[in-house]
Design a protein around this ligand. Structure first.
Ligand SMILES: Cc1cc2nc3c(=O)[nH]c(=O)nc-3n(C[C@H](O)[C@H](O)[C@H](O)COP(=O)(O)O)c2cc1C
Length: 491
């Protein structure tokens, strides 16, 4: 039988994903500065995605703590959940569900806490107030063996502070804010949540010996390492119905600092153990496999990068996970689906990833920004050539020159390359949002692949809503300041 990306699949909670195509979580940079609810720009952007029949649409990270933002314009879980607080989130869920094709996309809210990766100045705290983290270890402190150490140290120092070690009370507060986030999602009509425990954010920090040197019950010893995640998931399951979808995003090998093959395989064994533990809880619907953090942002590698000049960055590991979870006899009462994200770039590879059992679900991030209508394009392709062997193996989404040039310009400071590359996608998302606000039936504007790096970065930061003119001056000042900070980091 030929595997098909349009086959539906059932999640352990009983909900059905209509097809295997998942729009991955992507921070939109569209909320107001210092974070807030979704607004008209989010509705515009998600209206476009909702038109095209994605199986699941994951929102960009919604922060559970207003004091731990990523780039400052994050969506944030409100501190109270009264009718007024819910309204903008209800609208977002309705927009995602409101596509005009026959499939019913699942709307999933990604919940996140940036922990030590919440940047200085724009992280939602007064300047120089440290973020919370499992231990007082600054981002960058663990990147030994990096040949560009001096430059990357400077960048990390400019952007991040030494975090404050969390007390048990801080831990309990964070746990209850994740539960509030899940209640927000449930009450406002989302089908589920995804807990972000990847990319070096707080929950990944708890599971990683390079950022967690605690000696208490939240340490990284085998019996403690997944405790923080477990307590959050357990508390969420207690307040939402059994049909509410709960997913987790996790890294394939977080523990690699030297880059040696031995350390990499040790890291993979560790994370495989974590995945087995998570599956044994019997309450998780899907596990998304990604990789990297701000010190080593593998998740956003681009085709131009030498090491990762291939498709599906984490496919090998996700295949191991699939085999392990389905070994005979199946070891768990309910087996989470595996969502693979990162570098899925061509139609033929999407099919191949299913056929080779690398994944049950296929996450597409940057490709979904360039090609929001990818599911529609693939449906047409399927009508024309029924078998996956006939599928096109050319990339469905071109990478912007900005991202490729950035990865070459500052190859040793990968975080800055990541920032430049992300800026292009952020502006593209905004362009789509604006065009949808003007005319929700319009096609998205064509992508500008040749935009320069500095102009891209400037446009990202110096953006304001024309209808709120009083904010113009302060936002331009912020834009220029951010450019200066990044430039100091690069130099
Ligand atoms: C602009 C941008 C924003 C992102 N924001 C998030 C996010 O909020 N949460 C998350 O888990 N991953 C985020 N990612 C990572 C993507 O979900 C995905 O893992 C990564 O882009 C690799 O997939 P791709 O090769 O299909 O783009 C972001 C990536 C980009 C480019």
């Amino acid at each position: 039988m030929d595997f098909n990306v349009f086959d539906s699949v059932k999640l352990p909670c009983g909900r059905t994903v209509e097809n295997r195509l998942v729009k991955a979580a992507m921070y939109e940079h569209l909320s107001s500065f210092s974070g807030g609810p979704p607004n008209e720009f989010h509705y515009g952007l998600y209206t476009e995605w909702a038109k095209h029949g994605w199986g699941m649409i994951l929102t960009g990270n919604v922060q559970v703590s207003r004091q731990h933002l990523t780039l400052g314009r994050d969506m944030v879980v409100p501190t109270t959940l009264n009718a007024e607080d819910l309204k903008p989130f209800e609208k977002l869920a309705a927009v995602i569900h409101g596509g005009d094709d026959n499939t019913r996309t699942l709307a999933i809210m990604q919940l996140s806490h940036a922990g030590r990766q919440s940047a200085n100045f724009i992280g939602g705290r007064p300047p120089f107030v440290a973020p919370l983290a499992p231990s007082s270890i600054r981002v960058g402190a663990g990147s030994t063996g990096n040949p560009g150490r001096a430059i990357s140290d400077l960048a990390f120092h400019a952007m991040f502070q030494i975090p404050t070690e969390m007390t048990i009370q801080d831990i309990l507060n964070v746990q209850s804010s994740f539960v509030r986030g899940a209640l927000l999602a449930y009450k406002s009509g989302f089908d589920g949540v995804q807990i972000h425990a990847a990319h070096g954010y707080l929950l990944a920090q708890f599971m990683n010996p390079k950022s967690n040197i605690r000696n208490d019950e939240y340490s990284v010893t085998p019996e403690n390492v997944t405790r923080m995640l477990y307590e959050i998931i357990k508390a969420i399951r207690e307040v939402v119905p059994t049909t509410f979808v709960i997913g987790i995003k996790i890294n394939s090998a977080d523990y690699v600092t030297s880059g040696s093959a031995e350390e990499a395989s040790q890291g993979e064994r560790r994370i495989l153990d974590h995945i087995r533990t998570i599956a044994s809880w019997g309450v998780i619907d899907f596990i998304e496999i990604s990789g990297g953090d701000y010190e080593k942002p593998d998740f956003s590698a681009c085709g131009g990068s030498q090491k990762l000049d291939r498709q599906a960055f984490f496919a090998q590991f996700s295949q191991i996970v699939m085999k392990d979870l389905h070994r005979s006899p199946v070891p768990f009462s309910s087996v989470p689906l595996i969502l693979l994200t990162g570098g899925l770039r061509s139609q033929s590879y999407l099919q191949a990833a299913l056929v080779s059992k690398h994944a049950d679900l296929l996450g597409i991030g940057r490709g979904a920004v360039v090609c929001p209508d990818l599911p529609k394009i693939l449906r047409l392709q399927l009508q024309n050539s029924k078998y996956s062997s006939d599928w096109d193996d050319r990339p469905f989404a071109r990478e912007p020159e900005t991202a490729l040039r950035a990865s070459k310009l500052v190859p040793r400071v990968k975080l800055i390359g990541l920032g430049f590359g992300s800026a292009w996608y952020i502006i593209r998302m905004r362009d789509i949002a604006v065009s949808q606000i003007k005319n929700s039936r319009a096609e998205p504007p064509p992508a500008d692949y040749n935009k320069g790096i500095l102009i891209t970065l400037f446009k990202m930061w110096a953006w304001f809503d024309f209808r709120k003119k009083r904010k113009i001056v302060s936002i331009w000042i912020l834009g220029i300041s951010m450019m200066l900070i990044v430039t100091v980091g690069v130099l």
